[in-house]
Design a protein around this ligand. Structure first.
Ligand code: FAS
Ligand code: PHB
Length: 406
């Protein structure tokens, strides 16, 4: 693993764009701004190693791939990423292949872990000499409604102040940015699902060439991967479940009961490199820009991972924010600021809808009983056997087009 050097620069006191959070949103925005000559500093609460230790997304839309390349961080992704032109589904063990390239008019997705995207962006940022302050504690946003916003933070037991023109809140769902917006100015929407995803990563060959989203009366399962030798699996568990209740053996046994029998037969099991439970929710904060603060990625929206949209939505927010900052700094186009929220929300809600629809289609809702399960079966049967249905799934899965600022 490439050691991520601590960027031990003298603490900066002024920048153009202060970015809070060194996850994919913050790092991708930072890299694009640096390449455009727009000064930026990232403040990250954790260490670089901690950020890299989080196991998250695995599927990149074409728009995300293009943006990572534009940021100059795509070399390893292009070499190691797996192009997927199909995505598979199963319902009660019956296996269906969906040609997403055919039904999306020629697009595909790339399977390449978020951890690797983050690592590549961290390394490019280090090479560019851009400043990331890791272990920045107690980050606070100040005067975001004024022309002189600033951020304060603790680092090595010292209080620091960073003056800036704009703040990019890339600090995820639990970060301080969204909370800096007055509560009477925020418009929020949320739906919590009664289950989570228990994920397992193993150095075993993937059970199938394509990803397989499996609906089953025992619950949802997903067979994914990171490489030809590293697999990623998930099973739906009740929202009350705890990781302590699960052993690797129990996980493999349950997974085999939910995937198609021929896959269960050939499944190669092995020790878990990581096992964790992620809760599922849909959340949208419609206030994505307030004064000099912009919210990007998980700080503004959360989707259930069923549609593989979380990371990709973050990337589309970055695309819009980056192009807006270039317009502002190169052409003085502050009149375009309201377009940020307009463009982002139009795309966010379509991705929220698709992720919600995939979740409702493929998960088992105990409260729904037999009737709802039959309706799910009929919905699945219609979509997987109709060209209109397959086109709808494919178009959304590969990602809707990015909208231009003007
Ligand atoms: P992130 O949460 O990744 O990054 C925010 C950064 O801000 C973090 O590094 C955090 O340490 C930092 N931060 C937080 N508070 C701070 C503070 N006070 N000061 C400074 N920094 C602070 N998406 C998919 O598409 N597929 C998946 O399978 C999938 N699985 C997921 C599993 C889990 C457990 C979670 C939580 C999310 C998952 N997601 C998945 C969604 C995920 O990939 C996000 O969409 C993606 O990480 C969004 O990136 P960011 O917006 O950068 O937010
Ligand atoms: C993953 O590989 O982690 C993954 C893939 C597709 C999803 C969710 C997670 O929809």
């Amino acid at each position: 693993m490439t050691e991520i050097e601590e960027t031990n620069h003298k603490a900066p006191t002024k920048t153009q764009v202060a970015i809070i959070g060194a996850g994919p949103s913050g790092l991708l925005l930072g890299q694009l701004l640096t390449k455009a000559g727009i000064d930026n500093v990232i403040l990250e609460r954790q260490t670089g190693e901690y950020v890299l230790g989080r196991i998250r997304a695995g599927v990149l839309e074409q728009g995300t791939v293009n943006l990572i390349r534009e940021a100059g961080a795509g070399a390893r992704m292009d070499k190691e990423g797996l192009i997927h032109t199909h995505t598979d589904f199963s319902f009660q063990g019956e296996h269906y292949q969906l040609d997403i390239e055919k039904y999306s008019g020629g697009k595909h997705v790339v399977v390449y872990g978020q951890t690797e995207v983050t690592r590549d962006l961290m390394e490019e940022r280090e090479k560019a000499g851009a400043i990331t302050i890791y272990e920045a504690d107690s980050v606070k946003l100040h005067d975001i409604e004024s022309d002189q916003p600033y951020v304060t933070y603790q680092h090595n037991d010292e209080l620091h102040r960073l003056d800036c023109d704009y703040i990019a809140g890339c600090d995820g769902f639990h970060g301080p940015s969204r909370k800096a917006i007055p509560s009477n100015k925020i418009e929020e929407y949320e739906k919590v699902y009664p289950f989570g995803w228990l994920g397992l990563m193993s150095d075993t060959p993937p059970v199938n060439d394509e990803l397989v989203y499996c609906a089953h009366e025992r619950g949802f399962a997903l067979c994914s991967m990171r490489s030809p030798t590293r697999s990623r699996y998930y099973i739906q568990v009740p929202d009350t479940d705890k990781i302590e209740n699960w052993t690797e053996e129990r996980f493999w046994k349950e997974l085999k009961r939910r995937i198609p029998p021929e896959m269960a037969e050939r499944l190669v099991t092995g020790p878990a490199l990581e096992m964790s439970i992620a809760p599922l929710r849909s959340y949208v904060c419609e206030t994505m820009q307030y004064g000099k603060l912009f919210l990007l990625g998980d700080s503004a929206h959360i989707v259930p991972p069923t549609g593989a949209k979380g990371l990709n939505l973050a990337a589309s927010d970055v695309d819009t924010a980056y192009r807006l900052f270039v317009k502002i700094y190169k052409e003085g186009r502050t009149d375009l600021i309201p377009r940020y929220q307009e463009i982002c929300l139009a795309r966010v809600w379509k991705a929220v809808r698709f992720s919600w629809w995939m979740t409702m289609l493929l998960h088992r809702f105990e409260s729904g009983g037999r009737f709802d399960f039959r309706v799910q079966q009929a919905e699945f049967d219609y979509f997987i056997h109709s060209d209109a249905g397959k086109t709808t799934i494919a178009e959304n899965y590969v990602g809707l087009p990015f909208e231009a600022l003007e």
